[in-house]
Design a protein around this ligand. Structure first.
Ligand code: ADP
Ligand code: MG
Length: 415
């Protein structure tokens, strides 16, 4: 499938070629024709899968096709959670719309509003905005949303995480009821579904989870480790393997902070990114990993969303995610051109259920192995009643897959 076959016109195709894209990503392939057809749309795919162009390209085309409309004013509104994302989206709009006669601008908080107000006064067809500044200027009657034809909620999951739901509701109430609404998100949670029900009309839903072939290109290993030994084990793995660029995932920001502290004490330079850090702190941490000024980035799933993380040689799940899809998103960050990436999971006894769900999702078994010196002592039987089934499955896997225990301890008294 080519961009041309998706129905985009020549002036936009030229801009895409100049940008260097050869073919649409999966989510672009699925979303663009629906948006061009005027449908409301819910699109979810992992970070870095090209969602921005997925909505920007067709919106630019729709706006430029109906340029005759006499009314000037904001015809398309794109909401994003942070000013960095707003700026990113806006620069995409400018790139893809370079050959069109449309005007766009971007507004966000934390800076003087006057230049933004001036730009809006000069007339814009497309506005990229963070919710706070948008409402602020609207309250001052410095902009009108009465002519909006298309609304995009970009990184909707992050907007919810950041507590923007009330602002979003307020903004919705200021928009014409007759409009096209597009919601883009990295995840497909219940909250997202609720938002969709509330604000989208008869929407088409498109999804693009990384193909299994992506997962196939990744060496996945799962180790059974006692919870209390996980931090020592991970530091040993990283130091022992002399790994330089490692992305580590935890479930909570507490765990991220604690692990980062411990790593730094052990001379493995690490930074944590989580929901309490600003986007610019996250971007800075990411570039530290990129430039090799730090060795490890410890992230929560929420923090990793909305970041354009380059492919890294090693991804470690310090804690398994309780949502299986997140596992696929996490390990999708590893892999190198031509080479296999490595994804490692440290699994404590209470996480074996999570592992089973992950195995089901990826259609692949991840036999549990043991790291020498970190033989688990908490038996599956230690967990309370409901885990009885866990035990039997665990043992079955252990017996069947014994040959996969690469790093089996040679002797047990080695501690
Ligand atoms: P998302 O919003 O899904 O996280 P982005 O829209 O930020 O992803 O895109 C991630 C990266 O992929 C950007 O650097 C973008 O320029 C690039 N990209 C987008 N579409 C394509 C494509 N069709 N071919 C190659 N690269 C693309
Ligand atoms: Mg995005």
């Amino acid at each position: 499938m080519s961009f041309k076959e998706l129905g985009l016109k020549e002036s936009i195709l030229t801009a895409i070629r100049k940008k260097g894209y050869e073919k649409p990503s999966i989510i672009q392939e699925k979303a663009i024709p629906q948006i061009l057809a005027g449908r409301d749309l819910l699109a979810s795919s992992q970070t870095g899968s090209g969602k921005t162009a997925g909505f920007t390209l067709p919106i630019l085309q729709l706006l430029s096709n109906n340029q005759a409309s006499k009314k000037r004013g904001i015809r398309a509104l794109i909401l994003t959670p942070t000013r960095e994302l707003a700026a990113q989206v806006s620069s995409n709009v400018e790139t893809y719309g370079a050959n069109l006669h449309l005007k766009s601008t971007v507004i966000f908080g934390g800076v003087n509003q006057n230049p933004q107000v001036r730009a809006i006064r000069n007339g814009v067809d497309l506005l990229v905005a963070t919710p706070g500044r948008l409402l602020d200027l609207h309250n001052q009657r410095l902009l009108s949303l009465a002519n909006v034809e298309i609304l995009v909620l970009d990184e909707a999951d992050r907007m919810l995480d950041m507590g923007f739901v009330r602002d979003i509701r307020k903004i919705m109430s200021l928009l014409p009821a007759k409009r096209q609404t597009l919601l883009f998100s990295a995840t497909f949670s219940d909250e997202i579904k609720k938002l969709t029900k509330e604000f989208l009309r008869n929407p088409v839903s498109v999804e693009a989870t990384p193909e299994n072939s992506t997962v196939d290109k990744i060496n996945q290993t799962a180790y059974r480790v006692d919870k209390k030994h996980k931090s020592d084990a991970i530091i040993d793995l990283i130091a022992g393997g002399k790994w330089q660029q490692v992305l580590v995932f935890t479930r909570t920001k507490h765990a991220a902070n604690r692990l980062t502290e411990k790593m730094n004490k052990c001379d493995v330079s690490a930074l944590a990114i989580h929901g309490n850090k600003t986007q610019s702190a996250r971007v800075k941490a990411l570039s530290g990993l990129h430039n090799k000024t730090i060795r490890v980035l410890v992230a929560t799933d929420i923090a990793a969303r909305g970041l354009d993380i380059p492919l890294l040689p090693h991804v470690i799940n310090y804690e398994l995610p309780n949502v299986a899809e997140d596992y696929v998103h996490r390990i999708g960050r590893t892999g190198r051109a031509g080479a296999k990436g490595e994804a490692i999971s440290l699994v404590s006894v209470d996480e074996i259920d999570y592992l089973k769900n992950i195995e089901k999702l990826i259609g692949q078994e991840l036999p549990l192995q043991v790291i020498e010196g970190y033989e688990p002592s908490d038996k599956p039987g230690d967990v309370s009643k409901p885990a009885a089934q866990k035990k039997s499955n665990f043992n079955r896997r252990r017996n069947n897959k014994n040959r996969n225990f690469k790093r089996k301890p040679k002797k047990n008294n080695s501690k």
